[in-house]
Design a protein around this ligand. Structure first.
Ligand code: F6R
Length: 269
């Protein structure tokens, strides 16, 4: 797990986009897992810009949605399908057949979830999964107490998540109570995970997830076990981290480590 602390929201988005761009340069048929919410918007905007400047080409890229409200169809303005289309897909040259979504109104929910898992596998698995984090430490809609080995399935949203998300609806009663989400087991199989967090309201969840015990009570804490998890956060989200100075020290020395290893290799060659 690598904790990267940047000054502000713009810088965390910039960092995430740089990583995605570099990964795409090595694998043009990148398989992405993508969330909705406030946090990833800056990343989507920058990727759109790169695509329009022809610096990144999405024609071979495949994208999977991380989650969806159960009961909302894809044309509902609060559905995650609608969000992804409006904020990202319609602005880039991704092929329709390369976009995979969890349906909000599937005929057979269990079967749909099973097939979603199979589709991810048939694409060779996720290369990069972007995540936000809930104030209660949720990732995707895996709320506290979700099994750490769960697969894509139906979940009941926590009351606090309903509360937080009610800002997008007329009132709290309109917020769906159920959702479909990639499971924590599914998330952990992504080759790389980029978790983004910005703002003071995320600082407690960030601290518990990154420095506390690995526990189902804080689902994001599982990322401590992922070999390629990059936690990209701004100063406010990092404000409660106990070892904040150490993470910044490691990051500042990152290039020196590669130089050092490169020099050592040359000498021994
Ligand atoms: C959204 C999702 C959620 C959000 C999280 C943070 O698809 O899976 O886990 O990432 O609730 O939301 P924001 O970014 O709005 O603070």
């Amino acid at each position: 797990m690598e904790i990267i602390i940047k000054e502000d929201y713009d810088q965390i988005c910039e960092e995430a986009v740089t990583i995605i761009h570099q990964t795409w340069k090595k694998k043009n048929d990148l398989v992405l897992g993508l969330p909705t919410g406030r946090t990833p918007l800056g990343v989507y905007n920058r990727l759109i810009e790169l695509n329009q400047n022809q610096e990144i080409d999405f024609s071979r890229v495949v994208a999977f949605s991380l989650d969806e409200y159960l009961g909302l169809n894809k044309d509902h303005p609060q559905s995650f399908a609608y969000y992804m289309e409006k904020n990202f897909y319609r602005h880039i040259n991704i092929k329709k057949e390369n976009i995979f979504r969890l349906e909000g109104t599937p005929k057979d929910v269990d079967r749909h979830c099973q097939e979603y898992e199979e589709k991810i596998k048939s694409q060779g698995g996720l290369d990069v999964l972007i995540l936000g984090i809930g104030r209660n430490g949720h990732i995707g809609f895996n709320e506290p107490s979700s099994s750490l080995s769960s697969r894509t399935r139906v979940k009941t949203l926590a009351e606090e998540t309903v509360e937080v998300n009610s800002r997008f609806f007329e009132n709290k009663d309109e917020v769906p109570r159920f959702c479909l989400t990639m499971g924590i087991g599914t998330i952990m199989e992504s080759k790389m995970i980029i978790l983004l967090a910005s703002g003071e309201d995320k600082s407690e969840a960030v601290q518990k997830s990154m420095e506390g015990p690995v526990t189902a009570s804080v689902p994001a804490s599982i990322l401590q076990l992922h070999p390629q998890a990059k936690i990209i956060i701004d100063q406010k989200a990092a404000s409660r981290l106990i070892r904040r100075d150490y993470y910044q020290w490691v990051y500042r020395n990152k290039e020196r480590v590669s130089d050092f290893l490169e020099r050592k290799k040359t000498i021994s060659d």
